[in-house]
Design a protein around this ligand. Structure first.
Ligand code: ZN
Ligand code: ZN
Length: 623
């Protein structure tokens, strides 16, 4: 077992597991991770697949457990690099295909839809066969993967919860897993860890939420209802559509990811739309308030999502009014509470009512949300039913993995020596009935920004440095030969201190620069890179001494000589890897600057499930 990502990360995401035997490798999931505001300008992080690239001739298949972005988000960057047939359930593969439409390559993998209910098995290479088993989760068509290997049966649970009464009527197939456990025995269970720290089990199901939606519609028959939920919660949308139909309401969807996912659900027959209920956003606003229901993104308080735009009055179609009722069919992901609060406060300032899950005592309405992941007691039930020889917690921050391991030892009697708590990269080897940790493979992450481009670690470091300390640029114009300063040094500062309030400090800096130039140039031939490095270091010290701050210091030296044409040296990078602004050299002559056509970029990815934000950033790991 080679976890390429997803174990002990900062937050839940970039889930990716490789299983290797002899000349065969199969890969389960290919997710990305939303790193949050600690990584300014970074949209998501994709697993480093160095190990798989070195062994790509061995890869026989790539299997997806379900369509959440922490499991499929990286496909458009990785699939073409690891060409192999792709397996998964119908809706899951439709979500993968939708993601591949935004890939920059033309690569189209062979998709093989597998039917979990048929218990179909597919052989991959000489050593593996795979079977999908139905689980319930907060996205339709989720599965576990059973992998039969020469060393026994390995189960990857994917993400799961138990549901007595799932919206699509298809229950977690614990019978099938139990049958495999009884007949063949399970050598290794790899079980997700997201909610194993939560006590007990779920006390309600999706149909209870439908009832709550009905309550809202009855309590506020003349209000517009605006309901926000995770964009991949297709079954939640189903129950809202059904309830709207009952109450004679129409429904519009708002938000890019929401509309995209609904389209996939419609295309695959995953959602059944009651007749004449869905209308377009621009049409629903023409209807009387009593007919209007809008399902939108923004349940996590995301800044640019629909709900927040309504909250700050900048939405194209919807201006919030006093009679509106906003329903949060969600829980804030730990870490997002303050953003959700900002949105709620904004909505209330605009005058609407706000109904949040977990606040039934205030509104008389609830429950409005159901987590996609099983709780403590559910894990106990699953592990005992499967009775594996070896156990490996996956899909979680390190503390979750540890608690999952403790749970398996305490409640299912798995000996401590048979449980493997791993970080991504830790290899677990099973051989002749024995299991052990067997070294590491290189792992890590590749960061992408909103435009889908890679961001280097150096750029991110500069960004964080600048956001904390600011930037300080000095521009010196000196005469070639004499080294005489031709103008007083230009000083530009952003995010550091306000220059006009700092006359004394500026005086010090100017004096330093004049003297430095006089000493350095003084008729000698000067290595400009060396001079700039010295000025940078010395100024950094002066500024620290005077302000206790360490802005990024960038010296620019223009040498002017001969015919008096400025010779700009400011566009040469230096050893610190800084990116300096390009000087206006005159290499372009007098030709007018022709603006190139704007590029088109993919829409930034937004969280689509509840389990993508870290609970505690207790340690840091360099990417
Ligand atoms: Zn997940
Ligand atoms: Zn999931």
């Amino acid at each position: 077992m080679i976890p390429i990502g997803g174990l002990g990360e900062m937050g839940i995401g970039k889930n990716m597991m490789a299983i290797e035997y002899d000349n065969d490798i199969i890969v389960i999931d290919m997710g990305f991770l939303f790193p949050g505001s600690d990584y300014p300008g970074i949209n998501y992080i994709v697993p480093d697949i160095t190990y798989l690239l070195e062994n790509k001739h061995k890869i026989r298949g790539i299997i997806f457990t379900h369509g959440h972005l922490d499991h499929i988000g990286a496909v458009r960057h990785l699939l073409h690099q690891l060409p192999a047939p792709v397996y998964g359930s119908k809706f899951t593969l439709a979500m993968v295909q939708k993601n591949m439409q935004e890939a920059t390559t033309e690569y189209a993998p062979d998709y093989h839809v597998m039917d979990p209910e048929a218990h179909e098995q597919v052989f991959l290479g000489d050593n593996f066969s795979i079977e999908l088993v139905r689980v319930n989760h907060s996205i339709p068509d989720a599965t576990a993967v059973v992998v039969r290997t020469p060393e026994g049966v390995v189960v990857d649970t994917g993400d799961w919860r138990f549901e007595d009464n799932p919206v699509d009527g298809v229950k977690f197939d614990l019978d099938r897993l139990t049958e495999i456990a009884t007949k063949e025995g399970i050598t290794l269970l790899m079980n997700e860890s997201t909610n194993c720290e939560s006590d007990g089990t779920h006390t309600h199901g999706e149909f209870d939420i439908q009832q709550s939606m009905g309550q809202v519609m009855e309590k506020y028959p003349n209000s517009r209802l605006i309901i926000s939920a995770c964009s991949s919660q297709i079954h939640r949308m189903q129950i809202i559509l059904d309830e709207a139909k009952k109450h004679g309401r129409k429904v519009a969807f708002a938000g890019y990811s929401m509309i995209q996912n609904v389209e996939v659900a419609l295309r695959t027959g995953t959602i059944t739309v009651p007749k004449d209920v869905i209308v377009k956003m621009e049409d629903i606003i023409k209807l009387p308030d009593s007919k209007v229901t809008i399902i939108c993104t923004g349940s996590q308080g995301e800044f640019s999502a629909v709900l927040n735009r309504m909250a700050n009055g900048s939405h194209k179609y919807i201006k919030i009014k006093n009679s509106d009722q906003i329903v949060f069919s969600s829980n804030p992901i730990p870490g997002n509470e303050k953003y959700v609060t900002r949105t709620v406060d904004g909505l209330m300032r605009e005058g609407s009512g706000v109904i949040q899950n977990g606040k039934t005592h205030l509104t008389g309405i609830g429950p409005l949300h159901l987590s996609g992941h099983g709780y403590y007691d559910d894990h106990v039930k699953l592990i005992n039913a499967l009775n594996p020889t070896f156990y490996m917690p996956i899909h979680g921050e390190f503390h979750m993995l540890v608690h999952n391991a403790e749970l398996a030892e305490k409640e299912a009697g798995i000996p401590r020596d048979n449980i493997f708590v791993c970080d991504s990269g830790d290899v677990v080897e099973i051989s002749q009935g024995q299991a052990r940790k067997a070294g590491r493979v290189p792992v890590g992450g590749v960061m992408y920004d909103d435009s889908g481009e890679i961001v280097s670690e150096v750029v991110l470091k500069d960004r964080i440095h600048m956001s904390n300390e600011g930037i300080f640029v000095v521009v010196l114009t000196v005469q070639k030969g004499s080294g005489r300063l031709l103008t007083s040094p230009d000083i530009i500062s952003r995010g550091f201190i306000y220059l006009r309030d700092s006359e004394e400090l500026m005086g010090i800096i100017r004096q330093y620069l004049k003297q430095k130039v006089a000493r350095t140039f003084n008729g000698r031939k000067v290595d400009l890179d060396v001079a700039k490095k010295e000025i940078k270091d010395e100024l950094t010290h002066v500024l620290y001494d005077q302000t206790r701050r360490t802005p990024i210091v960038i010296p620019v030296i223009n040498e002017i000589g001969g015919g008096g044409k400025p010779q700009n040296n400011g566009d040469r990078g230096n050893a610190q890897g800084e990116q300096q602004n390009r000087g206006q050299g005159n290499q372009g002559g007098n030709r007018p600057f022709k603006r190139p056509a704007p590029k088109s970029f993919p829409a930034p990815a937004v969280p689509d499930s509840e389990a993508i934000e870290p609970k505690v950033r207790s340690y840091t790991r360099g990417y």
